[in-house]
Design a protein around this ligand. Structure first.
Ligand code: ATP
Length: 339
């Protein structure tokens, strides 16, 4: 039997790399962090990487491949990899890749993603194809995971046109119904080895400036020159949900996985996240899916209140990935989890 100790877990030094690498070490793997020049410090200081490879630009990742292959590396993707390298290059990546690459194009295209969520029976915000039809508050989102930069709220066509002016020439956006409620990001993990879905935890994002607008009274907001809400992510805050929501939350995740199998032969597996708003009517509206580890799992390096229920040891999502790889190696089923 091949020992998992012969393998190395590699990831890009950013996003959720600290917990991915720590989790891999806890499971007995060797680890490599690939860092942009000048960004090595956290990976050294927290001692999560057995080796640090420094590159000048994310494009250079492609050149590191022969070395990673020699090291028997398995690559763990996260949002930074996809954002900086681009979908096409990720698809061409030669290193054994944890997760299904084919699913990436479904989550990166808002229209396809929406179809997927609806087919899974989830509630999604209404989309306005034509600004003329705006009849309620909307959030206007520009393409690309830019941390909500440039998003704006509007309530009429006129308001929309006015706020679009600085975005002249940028046609790649979506006008989405603005859901009033509280954001809740649900972290799931699906294992194709035992065909089981786990709920790993929840978070909400801490976004600038929207999360501090409540600290400025309405009177002062009006007096200030310009306070449009923005959604630039700064960090993540843990949440524990009302226990009575859990059956629904499991069902939602299971339906998303089931539906993904109709889109690509092997569907979705590993960590994923449903980004939702919970309304006062207790409806869960899903505005996005991330088909990979999300940074919202970072508060749980030592496990979440939910993983504490299931596991005897601290189980972060990063460690859960490593454990899955370890089990797949043991069962000689690595092919089932690489994509
Ligand atoms: P990504 O998750 O790919 O990083 P992003 O950060 O660019 O995406 P979104 O996650 O789509 O952008 O939205 C940013 C923030 O805007 C969310 O955290 C949430 O607070 C708010 N938001 C998004 N869509 C809606 C909606 N339909 N109604 C109310 N608030 C929303």
């Amino acid at each position: 039997m091949v020992s998992h100790k012969k393998f190395t877990i590699a990831t890009v030094g950013s996003h959720s790399a600290l917990q991915i690498l720590k989790g891999a070490k806890d499971e007995g793997f060797k680890t490599i962090a690939i860092c942009l020049k000048g960004r090595e410090k956290p990976y050294k200081s927290y001692n999560v990487a057995d080796e640090i490879i420094t590159i000048d630009s994310y494009k250079d990742l492609m050149d590191v491949q022969p070395y990673l292959l020699k090291k028997n590396a398995i690559f763990i993707p996260h949002a930074s990899l996809i954002e900086y390298l681009g979908l096409e290059k990720v698809e061409k990546f030669q290193i054994p890749y944890y997760g299904n690459k084919k699913i990436l194009k479904y989550e990166s295209d808002r229209r396809i993603e929406r179809k997927w969520l609806r087919k899974a029976g989830l509630k999604v915000p209404k989309i306005f194809e034509n600004p003329k039809d705006i009849d309620r508050p909307v959030i206007v989102k520009f393409h690309g995971a830019k941390g909500g930069k440039g998003y704006f709220l509007a309530k009429t066509e006129r308001d929309f046109k006015q706020k679009m002016k600085p975005h002249h020439g940028d046609g790649d956006y979506v006008i989405q119904e603005y859901i009033v409620g509280v954001p809740m990001f649900i972290h799931y993990f699906h294992s194709p080895l035992n065909n089981e879905l786990e709920v790993m935890g929840f978070d909400k994002r801490y976004e600038s400036n929207v999360d501090s607008l409540g600290r400025i009274s309405a009177r002062d907001q009006i007096a200030l020159p310009k306070v449009d809400p923005s959604y630039v992510i700064v960090g993540n805050v843990p949440i524990v949900v009302r226990e009575s929501f859990l059956p629904k939350i499991f069902e939602m995740g299971e339906n998303v996985v089931k539906e993904s199998r109709g889109m690509t032969t092997r569907g979705l597996w590993g960590p994923f996240c449903l980004e939702t708003i919970m309304t006062p009517e207790q409806e869960i509206i899903v505005f996005e899916i991330s088909a990979r580890i999300v940074a919202g799992t970072n508060p749980y390096v030592d496990g979440s209140p939910y993983t504490a229920l299931r596991y005897k040891e601290p189980m972060s999502t990063g460690r859960r990935i490593a454990r899955e790889i370890k089990q797949a190696i043991k069962k000689n089923q690595l092919k089932k989890i690489l994509g």
